[in-house]
Design a protein around this ligand. Structure first.
Ligand code: PEP
Ligand code: MN
Length: 338
C-alpha cells in the first residue's frame, strides 16, 4: 500500500508512519516530492489492517496496491482456470458453453421437455431452479428436493449436466448431491456463510454478481469460496441496478474484459436476467460472445407465456436454436467457438 501524507505533514508525522509500517512487518520506503511525501509500504499487506495508518496524524489517505482477493487474482495465478461441469461443458477455454433452461423447475414433464429442447438446440447444460429466491413470500418458492429429483431425471434422459441454485448453507449438501454445478444467486452473493459452505463441497459454483455489487466485491465473494478449498468458481454478470427502467437490470458487459484483466476465473454472462425481456436476449448474448465471455446462461421455456417464473425474459426453444447458430458465427470472429 501507499500512504499519502498531507501537504503540511511534519517530519515527525512522517517518521511515525514509517515506524508504524515497520511494526506491521513491512518495509517503509518514503518518496519525497516537491509538494508532499508518500510512503510506500512494501511486502504482502493483504492481511494487514490499514485502519490505524489511515487515522495517524498527517496522513491524507492509504491506497492499496495489491488486490484484496489473493486467490482470485491474476497476480497470483496467471493461467486461466478451467471449470469442468461435464465433458461438454468446460468453462474458461476457447469453447463457450451455453447453459439453458427454464427459470424454475415446474413439473417433471416441463423440465424433460425443456431438457430435450436444450439438447436439440445444441446447448451444453441445463439450468432450472428448484429452490427459488422470491422477492414476494407468497410467490412460488420452488419444488425443493422434489425439483432436484426432476432435474436428475432430465439429466438421465438427455445427458445434460444440471446447474441449479442453492439458497441456504443447510441445503448445500442436498443440492450438491443432485447438481453438477451450484448456483449462488444475486440476492445471496454476499451471504458469506453460504459462500463458505459452497467452498467446502466438491461441485463447481456459479457465483452471480449481486445487483448492487462492485467488481471488487464480486471478486472478494469468490475469494470466500476459493479460500475454503474449492477452486472451481465461475463468475456471472447478470445485470446491476441502475436508474434505467426499460430493462429489468443493466447488463454490464464491460465487466467481462475488466474481470479478465483482474482474475483467472471464467466469466459467464446471463443476458436473461440482465435485460428482463426475451426480445433483447439474443442481441446481448451475441454482444457477450463478442466481448469474450466464457459461457452464457439463457432462460428458455417451452411455453414462456405460461411460465411460473420469469416468462417475460424466457426465449422459446425455436429462438434458442436460432440464437445458437448466430452465436457460433460471432464466436468465430473472436477466435472462439460455441
Ligand atoms: C435465476 O437464475 O433464476 C435467478 C434467480 O437469478 P438471479 O439470482 O440472477 O436473479
Ligand atoms: Mn430467473
Amino acid at each position: 500500500m501507499i500512504i499519502v501524507m498531507k501537504a503540511q505533514a511534519t517530519e515527525e508525522q512522517i517518521q511515525h508512519v514509517k515506524e508504524m509500517i515497520r511494526e506491521m512487518g513491512l518495509i517503509d520506503h518514503p518518496i519525497k516530492g516537491s509538494e508532499l511525501t508518500v510512503v510506500a509500504a512494501i511486502g504482502d499487506d493483504r492481511k494487514k489492517d490499514s485502519n490505524a495508518l489511515e487515522q495517524a496524524p498527517g496522513v491524507d489517505r492509504v491506497v492499496p496496491i495489491l488486490a484484496p482477493y489473493k486467490m482470485a487474482s491474476l497476480e497470483t495465478q496467471p493461467e486461466r482456470t478451467l471449470v469442468r461441469i461435464s465433458d461438454e461443458c468446460v468453462i474458461g477455454g476457447k469453447h463457450i458453453p451455453v447453459i439453458a433452461g427454464p427459470c424454475s423447475v415446474e413439473s417433471e414433464a416441463q423440465i424433460l421437455e425443456s431438457a430435450h429442447a436444450v439438447r436439440a438446440a445444441g446447448a451444453h447444460a441445463l439450468r432450472g431452479g428448484a429452490f427459488k429466491p422470491r422477492t414476494n413470500p407468497y410467490c412460488f418458492q420452488g419444488h425443493g428436493e422434489d425439483g432436484l429429483k426432476m432435474l436428475a431425471a432430465a439429466r438421465e434422459a438427455t445427458g445434460l449436466a444440471i446447474v441449479t441454485e442453492v439458497l441456504t448453507p443447510s441445503e448445500v449438501d442436498v443440492v450438491s448431491k443432485y447438481a453438477d454445478c451450484l448456483q449462488v444467486g444475486t440476492r445471496n452473493s454476499q451471504n458469506f456463510k453460504l459462500l463458505e459452505a459452497c467452498g467446502k463441497q466438491p461441485r463447481p459454483v456459479l457465483l452471480k454478481r449481486g445487483m448492487a455489487m462492485t467488481i471488487d466485491e464480486l471478486l472478494q465473494a469468490a475469494e470466500y469460496i476459493l479460500s475454503m478449498g474449492n477452486p472451481n468458481v465461475i463468475l456471472c454478470e447478470r445485470g446491476i441496478r441502475t436508474f434505467e427502467n426499460h430493462t429489468r437490470n443493466t447488463l454490464s458487459l464491460s465487466a467481462v474484459p475488466e474481470l479478465h484483466q483482474r482474475t483467472h476465473l471464467p466469466i459467464l454472462i446471463d443476458p436473461s436476467h440482465g435485460t428482463g425481456h426475451a426480445r433483447l436476449v439474443g442481441d446481448m448474448a451475441r454482444a457477450a460472445v463478442a466481448a469474450n465471455c466464457d459461457a452464457l446462461a439463457i432462460e428458455m421455456h417451452p411455453d414462456p407465456e405460461h411460465a411460473w417464473t420469469d416468462g417475460a425474459q424466457s426465449v422459446t426453444p425455436a429462438a434458442l436454436t436460432e440464437m445458437m447458430g448466430t452465436l457460433k458465427r460471432v464466436a468465430e470472429a473472436v477466435d472462439r467457438s460455441v
